[in-house]
Design a protein around this ligand. Structure first.
Ligand SMILES: C[S@@+](CC[C@H](N)C(=O)[O-])C[C@H]1O[C@@H](n2cnc3c(N)ncnc32)[C@H](O)[C@@H]1O
Length: 283
């Protein structure tokens, strides 16, 4: 079979189970399987594929037909300006999460200090912590996760990027493994309610770790703990930045304001125009 034929065949198989990005996914998986760039397909669409490669590729497509995310199949995902290794113990980092990185960099640009202490709670693959350690030269980063498997993957990613000496990884629940105070605390917490969890696309619900997504009946339970516990770990005028779900701005703002410990509460939208990051300053 030629590249052209196999791409058409696999796109149809993926469309048949309503995978929204069928053609793109087929191309990404074929390029992963053949170890070449997608551009090569357009230049060489008549190129034939060996039986062994064809069997391996069909195996990948069979996994995608069951809605396994492409990133888990290839074991990697681009985030910010780098690629992280992912497995089923970590949430696949989303492009929207780059907004919290941008906001943190903006805040750091206004801090005149030779060292900026940053804490990333629930680091998952390490995506946010790695981006901040990479971009902010004065950053001293600590990153935590309740999942030992996620933390192992984050450490592996840090080693691969030669950043392991810039990030202090700690295992535990919220602030339990953390001592000291920070200039900035960032967190992309679990924020899906029990009801919304059932309605997530199969590729998310059946494959990504529930502990990274589920936050209780209302979906805002994690914020309640985070906002109150962060008070003891923020410098005066230190910032708390949290990713939020599109419908959570009002509730998260109320939790922050009711605590009475923060000012300068602001929301930043993502590039789709949806509420994405809340930030607040410790009084
Ligand atoms: C939404 S994921 C975010 C992962 C990563 N920061 C990102 O943005 O791609 C939430 C992460 O928080 C971790 N987590 C859940 N509950 C936690 C807790 N009580 N304490 C610390 N980490 C927790 C999960 O294991 C998961 O890695």
């Amino acid at each position: 079979m030629t590249v052209h034929d196999i791409l058409n065949e696999s796109t149809k198989s993926l469309e048949a189970v309503a995978i929204p990005s069928a053609r793109l996914d087929a191309e990404v998986l074929l390029s992963f399987c053949l170890g070449c760039d997608r551009l090569e397909f357009y230049k060489n669409s008549d190129m034939t594929i060996s039986e062994t490669k064809l069997a391996a590729f069909r195996n990948l497509i069979a996994r995608r037909i069951k809605w396994e995310p492409v990133a888990y199949i290839t074991g990697r995902k681009e985030f910010w300006s780098f690629t992280v290794e992912v497995n089923s113990s970590v949430l696949i980092p989303r492009p929207d999460t780059e907004v919290i990185v941008e906001e943190t960099i903006n805040i750091c640009g206004k801090i005149d200090s030779s060292e900026i202490k940053i804490l990333d709670i629930g680091t998952g693959s390490g995506a946010i912590a790695l981006a901040l350690a990479k971009e902010i030269s004065q950053a001293k980063v600590m990153a935590t996760d309740i999942s030992p498997a996620a933390l192992n993957q984050a450490k592996k990613n840090a080693c691969a990027m030669q950043m392991d000496n810039k990030i202090d990884f700690r295992h535990g629940n919220l602030f339990e493994p953390v001592e000291g105070v920070f200039d900035i605390i960032v967190c992309n917490p679990p924020y899906i309610s029990t009801k919304d969890y059932e309605e997530l696309p199969a590729g998310v619900r059946d494959y990504e770790p529930a502990i990274a997504l589920l936050a209780g009946k209302k979906g805002t339970e994690f914020y309640e703990k985070l906002i109150y516990q962060a008070i003891d770990h923020l410098e005066k005028n230190g910032w708390l930045l949290m990713e939020i779900g599109a419908k959570q701005e009002k509730t998260v703002r109320e939790i922050i304001e009711e605590s009475g410990f923060y000012d300068s509460v602001e929301m930043r939208r993502d590039y789709a125009g949806l509420p994405r990051v809340m930030r607040a300053r410790r009084k």
